[in-house]
Design a binder for this molecule. Structure first.
Ligand code: HEM
Length: 364
């Protein structure tokens, strides 16, 4: 017995609403297509999971929504992001269920849907915007803006989400505030640059002193090394980094980039382990969304061949391109290029290490 009035299972879950929301259009027009039931159920399931993901993203944004993020919230942020990751795995797997429907079965009812399309999923657009997809970077397949496809009452919500700070922007600001980057004992960017220069000097020496290589081999290897060095120059020189940003190769601000690289390189330090897990979560979220986009584009190819989508796009072609173009946290993947092997990583000064671990250790 509790002090609250009892409630029935169906009433609590409002199953009368949920389980009575599968009206087959093919049945309405007296051409009942068996697989339309699955088609509706699977879309509704996706939308429910999108709702849960948005619920978690909103809560994370709220926790980050202050100029100074309270690091004691990091544990809860990571656990919510991990929940999103697990849901995304289910979203990718669910495509297998829909693919038990053959293209011919789909054709039995496809005409009843036109021009409805997942392209009109409000929640999917909100998710993209809240994660940080830049509106101007969106692929377009008609002359009109993506939100034009939405209902009038829905447009306002996506536009609001476009203007509100996204997770990407919150993370960027947080990274730019990374402590420990410069102190009287340690200048991260300085030591990183020195380590890169030394790494290339050592590699060049190894090539030149390798007696098993011919003159031609040495020349080729040195050429390759120069190319790798050029890639690092793009990062070490602020103006060159700006060029990479202009080309869309990087999005993070220069300060945020330093913070991210520091965390990735020194992630073994206790004070940085949570920050590293957090960045890994963002990578996983992006990767799984990309996987979903890719599986969905293949499913569209399987179902439609080169037909246009019900929403009027080039179908598979548009979806494939969006898979590549609509990533949000790609910087964290690109940063891997600039990691140094642990052996080449500059040691942190002892007192600085102690400072980094301060929160976790007792001072003697
Ligand atoms: C037979 C199964 C499906 C086919 C053939 C299909 C096909 C397509 C096509 C061709 C588009 C591009 C827009 C258009 O021209 O319509 C699209 C967009 C989309 N579909 Fe599907 N779809 C299917 C199932 C699903 C399911 C189960 C979901 C789950 C919610 C979904 C969600 C979406 C979303 C979110 C978009 C927008 C993607 C973007 O703009 O990046 N689709 N779909």
């Amino acid at each position: 017995m509790t002090k609250y009035p009892p409630i029935n299972y169906s009433d609590y879950l409002q199953l009368d609403k949920v389980l009575n929301a599968q009206d087959l259009r093919s049945e309405e027009y007296n051409k009942k297509a068996h697989d339309e039931h699955l088609f509706i159920i699977i879309h509704q399931t996706y939308e429910l999971w999108f709702k849960q993901i948005l619920f978690e993203v909103d809560s994370v944004l709220e926790l980050f929504g202050h100029d100074h993020f309270d690091e004691s919230h990091m544990g809860i942020v990571i656990s919510r992001l991990n929940r999103i990751i697990e849901i995304e795995r289910v979203l990718v797997d669910q495509i297998n269920i829909l693919e038990t429907m053959t293209p011919l079965d789909f054709l039995d009812f496809r005409d009843f849907l036109v021009p409805a399309s997942g392209f009109q999923s409000l929640q999917f657009r909100l998710l993209e915007n809240k994660l940080g997809l830049i509106p101007e970077k969106r692929l377009t397949y008609t002359e009109s803006y993506y939100s034009e496809a939405l209902r009038e009452d829905e447009k306002k919500h996506v536009h609001e989400a476009e203007k509100a700070p996204s997770l990407f922007e919150r993370v960027e600001a947080w990274l730019a505030r990374t402590p420990f980057l410069k102190s009287p004992d340690f200048d991260f960017w300085g030591v990183y640059k020195d380590a890169v220069i030394k790494m290339f000097q050592d590699e060049e020496e190894l090539i030149r002193n390798n007696s098993s290589l011919t003159e031609k081999d040495i020349e080729n290897n040195i050429e390759q090394l120069a190319k790798s060095r050029e890639i690092f120059d793009g990062l070490l020189d602020k103006d060159k980094y700006q060029e990479l940003q202009d080309k869309g190769q990087f999005r993070l601000s220069y300060d945020a980039l330093h913070g991210a690289l520091f965390i990735l390189l020194y992630r073994d330090e206790p004070a940085l382990q949570q920050a590293f897990s957090f960045i890994t979560c963002l990578q996983n979220i992006d990767e799984l969304l990309t996987q979903w986009r890719y599986r969905h584009s293949l499913m569209a190819l399987r179902m439609l061949g080169s037909k246009v989508g019900t929403g009027g796009s080039s179908g598979h072609k548009y979806l494939r391109a969006a898979t590549e173009k609509h990533k949000v946290f790609h910087d964290f993947f690109n940063l891997t290029t600039y990691l140094l092997p642990r052996s080449a990583l500059p040691q942190l000064p002892e007192n600085f290490k102690r400072e980094l671990n301060f929160a976790f250790t007792h001072k003697k």
